[in-house]
Design a protein around this ligand. Structure first.
Ligand code: ZN
Length: 99
């Protein structure tokens, strides 16, 4: 087994920890980025540029955004389950290492 280094400060002072019930922070950030309201806003913006009525663009954005959230949740949880989670004692950051 190789030594795990912190990706933030490259310290070897890391401890293995159990999975957190709330999930990793980066997962929540991704969900924020692909949230239906954000996608609807993006769809409306793109629809205006493409000459499509904004409500259609918003609808497409919500559908695409909802699909992306479901797909990313599916893959992230699968990935997240197989990953090992560490906590850095040096800088206090949490990170996951996939095998
Ligand atoms: Zn660190």
């Amino acid at each position: 087994m190789s030594t795990v280094h912190c990706p933030y400060c490259h310290s070897e002072q890391v401890i293995l920890r159990e999975s957190q019930p709330n999930g990793p922070q980066y997962f929540e950030k991704i969900l924020d980025a692909f949230s239906p309201p954000a996608m609807a806003a993006l769809g409306i913006k793109l629809a205006k540029e493409a000459g499509i009525p904004p409500y259609i663009g918003g609808l497409i954005g919500v559908v695409v955004g909802g699909t992306l959230v479901m797909v990313s949740q599916h893959y992230f949880y699968r990935h997240y389950k197989s990953a090992q989670h560490y906590h850095c004692l040096q800088c206090g950051q949490d990170f996951a290492v996939a095998d």
